[in-house]
Design a protein around this ligand. Structure first.
Ligand code: PEP
Ligand code: CO
Length: 453
């Protein structure tokens, strides 16, 4: 394999990158970014990698979730707090159901770039660059705003830093303390159809904590402290490369823009720029696996993938996020699991039940059915069991806000209801109630009963 550098991706074909009209401005913005302090540290990255390694062998469980795309405008106190709250609540439900420690990873503090199937968009005969996410351009259909602006990378870096700073302060200040789940109760939890069930779980965890503390005579502060890690699709390579550094006293290069970057399905080709870039970073990384790769082509792909991205079989290094859709998971997933087994490597398998289940309503609104999402997850859990493997995590597009973007759930949202609170500029997210309900419905199915371990 040729030598890796933080710029070696530039000699490979690259997809889903904006065309910046001013190369000098791009170089200047990237140079400034490269001089700024990192957003995360290699210590945190290594700690997460170790935990992901434990999830791969079944002793922990990954909960990864957040917006399809964060927006600069929603970098606000309440949106960030609500996202933390829903992830904390879901994680509590999953701990309770699975008896595994849950690793919480947000799709936040950097999830600002989106792949686009068309590089331009035409309306009434006017053709403009597609919206590539706030880190690249503006969503409004207007020539200036749609022109890719490299200085927006700095705005994205700043928003990520603001988000992270607030999250870290909240966590350090005791916001996520398991002794005080009332801190992270959302206003509308009382009105949720599943409120009573959630409160019963919280009460039982509280009792367990008190029991252990009484029994041992010590406070379980260490156990009750929770961590949050960040992740985003490592799509915009000039941004990712500018924050990729060598660090003192460690070997190799770290992408310090996030703990856990992933490669999207559209940029996962082995000979192209994204895989080349990811090959050389020491972060735990994930790759999305979708139905564009036929079962017959799976084994040769996986063999090469492992040699390129996971050559040392390092615990926690590689996560495969499968997103086949409820109708296709039964056809594709066994081939993926068996194919990985044949390579002799250990990976963490995570199910993203969102991206294979997108549909359009008659009115042309992009949505997903709660039942399709659940159906894919249930099948994934069973298929892993049947193949002697473990589903080690879930990946959701969700929000702590009361939006109406996905249909179904306990409140039975219909296609007609979507117009009431549809805010996403890209993919539809589970709202607060739907996300919590989903966690409750899958928690029990994920439990490893002692006789099975
Ligand atoms: C996403 O996670 O928002 C996304 C675009 O997913 P995928 O690459 O799986 O299509
Ligand atoms: Co999405």
């Amino acid at each position: 394999m040729s030598e890796w550098t933080s710029a070696s991706w530039q000699s490979r074909p690259v997809r889903h990158q904006p065309e910046y009209p001013d190369a000098a401005a791009l170089a200047e913005a990237a140079g400034e970014l490269a001089s700024f302090p990192p957003l995360v540290t290699s210590w945190e990255i290594e700690a997460l990698k170790q935990q992901l390694g434990e999830a791969a062998t079944g002793s922990r469980f990954l909960l990864q979730g957040g917006d399809c795309a964060e927006s600069f405008a929603e970098c606000t106190s309440s949106v960030i707090i609500n996202k933390l709250k829903i992830l904390l609540q879901m994680s509590l439900v999953l701990v309770h159901g699975t008896h595994r420690r849950v690793i919480r990873v947000g799709r936040f503090a950097g999830q600002y770039a989106k792949p686009r199937s068309e590089s331009t968009e035409t309306r009434d005969g006017v053709e403009l660059t597609s919206y590539y996410g706030d880190i690249v351009n503006r969503p409004d259909f207007e020539a200036r705003g749609r022109t890719p602006d490299p200085w927006r990378m700095l705005r994205g870096y700043e928003r990520s830093a603001l988000t992270l700073n607030f999250i870290r302060s909240l966590i350090d200040g005791g916001f996520a303390d398991l002794h005080h789940p009332e801190y992270w109760e959302l206003d509308f939890v009382q009105h949720s159809p599943r409120a009573a069930e959630f409160h019963a779980i919280v009460e039982s965890i509280g009792e367990s904590l008190r029991f252990m503390e009484t029994l041992s005579g010590i406070s379980v502060a260490d156990i009750s402290r929770v961590d949050f890690y960040t992740s985003h699709e490592g799509l915009l390579l000039p941004y990712e490369a500018a924050l990729t550094r060598e660090v003192p006293r460690r070997r190799g290069w770290y992408n310090l823009s996030t703990h856990f970057p992933w490669i999207g399905m559209r940029t996962a080709s082995l000979d192209e720029a994204h895989v080349e870039f990811f090959r050389g970073i020491r972060n735990p990384i994930a790759i999305k696996m979708g139905p564009s790769l036929e079962p017959a082509a799976m084994q040769p792909f996986l063999n090469r993938l492992m040699d390129t991205l996971h050559p040392d079989d390092e615990p926690g290094r590689l996560t495969l996020i499968h997103r086949y859709g409820a109708d296709e998971v039964a056809e594709f997933l066994p081939a993926l699991i068996d194919g990985v087994k044949a390579t002799g490597r250990t990976v963490l398998f995570v199910c993203d039940p969102m991206h294979g289940n997108t549909r359009k309503t008659e009115a042309g609104i992009k949505t997903r059915r709660f039942d399709d999402i659940l159906r894919e997850l249930e099948q994934a859990i069973e298929i892993h069991k049947a193949c002697g493997s473990t589903l080690g995590g879930v990946h959701f597009e969700l929000t702590g806000e009361n939006v109406t973007e996905c249909t179904g759930g306990a409140r039975g949202l219909t296609d007609e209801d979507l117009k009431d609170g549809y805010r996403s500029l890209v993919d539809p997210r589970l709202n607060y109630e739907q996300a919590l309900e989903m966690a409750m419905l899958i928690a029990r199915r994920l439990s490893i009963k002692p006789e099975q371990t």
